[in-house]
Ligand binder design. Structure first.
Ligand SMILES: Cc1cc2nc3c(=O)[nH]c(=O)nc-3n(C[C@H](O)[C@H](O)[C@H](O)COP(=O)(O)OP(=O)(O)OC[C@H]3O[C@@H](n4cnc5c(N)ncnc54)[C@H](O)[C@@H]3O)c2cc1C
Length: 490
């Protein structure tokens, strides 16, 4: 008889695990508390606008492609992808704006125009970054389930050991003098969830992901990826249950017995949880938890966010698909996220407009805007505060573009700390899990396999490899590999 695996949650890590485990012949059931599949990458449509609720930067297309190849498919079998040019616009003020092109030569020329000599320096920096990308993604990512330090020690990593002990901010500042170029080069590590000054220089491979591999966009938004993975899973027999919040994990003498759903025990042989790790442990009796409250309290969490989904009844000029409003102090905002957590005095923010690339994501001559302000976790969240920041960012967009926006808003929805907690059982309302700092890398992250409960496993952005969609997809593969190895009877 087939062994029965239950998976909690339907984010990218859970979808990935569901695909790999069902391919191996297990009977897989996925339980999702929300009414649609996709976790933080859910999508909603309203008044003719389509909004991805979470991820919007499609980076590292090779990781997506590898996933589909593992099932005899390619991304293009499921969705249309466009490489964006410009990849994004960085706004320092009305006049100082830099458009990042879709290839290294074009970007180097742009750098050279700003700082003499920086074009060549950028090329050599990206050569190093490409080497690190190949080492991190090709050689290490899929082979590091985070069990032991030995996974990190290879001939190639020994030569790179110094890059783990210096931070990326210093490394970039040694090479580039112009503050705009420094900010642009530090932007990609924000995806890892920590301050650049607290992120090892080895992670400069994200700069190659950015400039070398480019920024892509699926035709109907990021949700195209969720639908593609769900299709593979369903074709392999996976059964999905939405509106199904798991209230307890049942353990019998140290072995997983099943889950409690709507007050009833449902039995399984193996349990994987792709829900936030802290929440999953809260579903266990105290003696089965691996990590204490103080362990979680002392982690470096990725930011939470204040998000606005806005529909406009006109087109905005002078903006692109991805726009970074870096017109305020980067370091000050970072301190207000990590060092002295508080609502930011003068926030940086990000504005995404998918209708700039695919007009069908908004009604004709309309624009769909997604605004993200990164925030510390666990901040007080209420309507009045959200509205205060809404006014601030609308004014900034209006001042910089020289166009009226507020009176053209025909759709508006906000999303913040309380929503992350309520919708995803997210610790402190974090948006993308535990940051990748030196002390939260690889074997130093929460473990994929429970040390206290047999046949209980974890996937997702709080375990290995870390935050972001590509790592979440890899996490589903890593957990599946361990289960397959453990369950092999020969
Ligand atoms: C606003 C935002 C912007 C982002 N931007 C990007 C980006 O541009 N590019 C990028 O690569 N990444 C981005 N990310 C990060 C990326 O979206 C995540 O890292 C990834 O989607 C996490 O997947 P996951 O499987 O770990 O978890 P999740 O997506 O959080 O899935 C966990 C699931 O478990 C469910 N769940 C929780 N508790 C229970 C329970 N008791 N019972 C049943 N189900 C439960 C939740 O509802 C959820 O569906 C962004 C994230 C956010 C929030």
């Amino acid at each position: 008889m087939k062994k029965k695996i239950f998976i909690i949650g339907s984010g990218f890590s859970s979808l990935s695990a569901a695909c790999y485990l069902s391919k191996e012949g297990f009977e897989v059931h996925v339980f999702e508390k929300n009414d649609i599949i996709g976790g933080r990458a859910r999508q909603f449509k309203s008044n003719g606008f389509t909004f991805d609720m979470g991820p919007s930067w499609y980076w590292m297309p090779d990781v997506f492609e590898k996933f589909f190849n593992d099932f005899g498919k390619s991304a293009k079998d499921f969705y249309q992808l466009k490489k964006l040019n410009p990849a994004y616009r960085v706004i320092f003020d009305e006049k100082n704006q830099i458009k990042i092109g879709d290839n290294i030569n074009e970007i180097s020329k742009e750098f050279e125009n700003i700082e003499k000599g920086s074009g060549a320096k950028l090329k050599s920096f990206l050569e190093e970054s490409r080497e690190n990308y190949n080492l991190a993604v090709t050689d290490m990512l899929y082979k590091m389930p985070g069990k032991s330090i030995l996974e990190l020690i290879t001939l190639k990593t020994i030569f790179k050991v110094n890059l783990f002990f210096k931070n990326i901010k210093n490394d970039i500042e040694k090479r580039f003098k112009d503050s705009k170029l420094r900010a642009i080069l530090q932007f990609p590590v924000l995806f890892l969830g920590a301050k650049p000054s607290n992120t090892p220089a080895f992670y400069n491979f994200m700069n190659f992901a950015d400039f070398g591999l480019g920024t892509w966009q699926p035709k109907n938004g990021f949700y195209d990826v969720v639908e593609a993975m769900t299709k593979i899973a369903k074709n392999q027999g996976v059964i999905f249950y939405t509106n199904s919040e798991i209230n307890k994990i049942q353990v019998n003498k140290g072995l997983v017995e099943g889950i409690i759903l709507n007050g009833k025990l449902k039995k399984c042989d193996i349990l994987v949880s792709g829900a936030d790790y802290y929440h999953t442990e809260s579903l266990l009796d105290k003696k089965y938890k691996q990590y204490s409250e103080s362990y979680w309290k002392n982690r470096t969490w990725s930011p939470s966010s204040l998000l606005f989904y806005l529909g406009l009844n006109k087109k905005i000029k002078g903006l692109n698909h991805h726009n970074l409003f870096f017109d305020t102090d980067f370091d000050k905002h970072a301190d207000e996220i990590y060092t002295k957590p508080n609502w930011p005095t003068d926030p940086l923010f990000y504005l995404n407009i998918t209708s700039k690339t695919y007009s069908h994501t908004a009604p004709k001559d309309h624009e769909n805007c997604f605004v993200l302000i990164p925030l510390a976790t666990n901040l007080e969240d209420n309507e009045a505060i959200r509205e205060k920041y809404f006014k601030i960012i609308v004014k900034r967009i209006e001042d910089i573009t020289g166009q009226n926006i507020e009176k053209n808003i025909v759709f508006k929805r906000s999303y913040c700390v309380n929503d992350f907690k309520r919708d995803y059982n997210s610790y402190g309302g974090n948006a993308y899990g535990l940051a990748n700092t030196l002390l939260q890398t690889a074997f130093l992250r929460p473990k994929i396999q429970s040390k206290k409960v047999k046949k209980l496993y974890f996937s997702g952005q709080l375990t290995v490899p870390g935050p972001g969609v590509p790592p979440a997809i890899v996490s589903g593969k890593l957990v599946s590999d361990i289960i397959i190895k453990n369950e092999r009877t020969f």
